[in-house]
Design a protein around this ligand. Structure first.
Ligand code: UDP
Length: 334
């Protein structure tokens, strides 16, 4: 039977894809979003409640009014560089406001939550691939804010019987294979959309942050996971909790890494357009390689990524960006 799920940040990139997966599976996603970074056009599969996470009263009203049985918590700030410059912004929103959400859940008797955590909680791990048992030692306030909530969840679980799935994403990428939703960040800082914009002539060039890393081609290696695969993992996680499972924390990645230069070559190949790439200095805080050991998520959630090969990631993202470009009236098309 379908359940009603509060999706904080449901108007955002990953949250909106999760709403689609929930709806296709017969559940009702209720988006809770202040639309600061989210987009009302991305809310297509259930109601939108415009509200701030720090507003405990509105949160409680929403939980009650929509008879919410579980929460998916995406709403957060997620720019590593910004978190280094303004840690307070990250601790206020990602930490304090999440505690407000947890308190609202406790007060309204909502027990299950799937939490968007991150591989940034591992910091600069000495091992690759990264298993969940490695120490979590974040190297930036963003990762620290997410780790704090993983820890808070354990205590809320003990004190109040909250059950949680903490999903540690690697690099989210791609767009809905049916073209209904996709990535739209302002400012855009992520590699794949930036390279696509360069291919489509929307920006002059793309910078390669570091070409002297101890990796096969000298550029950074990351584990790119398709947003639709992330969405299906969330669905499986919430259904697992609804079926009565214990809390868990798992990596969401593919186990396969791609370098910055490989990504650029893939975009050139798939789009048919050249990309002007410049080798630049390393970006502070970037470890050489971050690749997940995905075995625990595969086993626990019975989840295997279906769309996360680089060709599908780039192909779906390219289609989304080309469509946006066409809709904005530009002459270019892909
Ligand atoms: N990157 C790059 N040029 C850019 C943006 C990113 O070379 O303009 C690199 C970055 O150093 C990292 C990888 O691409 O190794 C993925 O970065 P992104 O910002 O997409 O995600 P993050 O790993 O920071 O979550």
């Amino acid at each position: 039977m379908g359940i009603n799920v509060l999706v904080t940040g449901g108007a955002g990139y990953i949250g909106s894809h999760a709403c689609k997966s929930l709806s296709l599976a017969g559940h009702t996603p209720v988006t809770y979003d202040n639309l600061v970074h989210g987009h009302s056009w991305a809310v297509k599969w259930g109601p939108l409640v415009e509200g701030d996470l720090h507003n405990g009263i509105t949160l409680r009203e929403t939980l009650r009014k929509h008879n919410i049985q579980a929460v998916m918590h995406f709403a957060a700030f997620a720019y590593v560089g910004e978190s280094m410059q303004d840690p307070g912004k990250y601790f206020r929103n990602n930490v304090a406001n999440t505690v407000t959400l947890l308190d609202a859940m406790v007060e309204e008797g909502v027990k299950n939550i799937v939490f968007s955590s991150t591989c940034a909680t591992y910091g600069e791990p000495g091992e690759s691939p990264i298993r969940e048992t490695l120490p979590q030692q974040p190297v930036n306030p963003y990762g620290e804010s997410k780790l704090f909530i993983e820890k808070a969840l354990k205590w809320y679980s003990q004190a109040h019987g909250i059950r949680y799935g903490a999903l540690r994403y690697f690099n989210a990428a791609g767009a809905d294979p049916e073209g209904e939703i996709g990535e739209e960040h302002d400012p855009e800082t992520h590699l794949i959309p930036l390279v696509i914009q360069a291919a489509l002539g929307q920006r002059e060039d793309v910078q390669i942050f570091g070409s002297d890393y101890p990796t096969p081609d000298g550029s950074c290696v990351r584990d790119y996971i398709h947003v639709t695969d992330l969405a299906s993992a969330h669905l499986k996680a919430i259904e697992r909790l609804a079926a009565g499972s214990d809390s868990f924390a798992v990596n969401l990645g593919t186990g396969k890494g791609h370098s910055v230069k490989e990504v650029i070559a893939a975009v050139e190949r798939i789009s048919g357009y050249p990309v002007n790439a410049r080798e630049c200095d390393r970006r502070p805080g970037d470890p050489p390689a971050l690749v997940a050991a995905p075995g625990l998520a595969n086993a626990l959630l019975d989840w295997v990524p279906e769309y996360s090969d680089l060709k599908t990631i780039v192909g779906t993202a390219l289609r989304w960006h080309a469509m946006k470009l066409n809709n904005s009236g530009s002459a270019l098309s892909a």
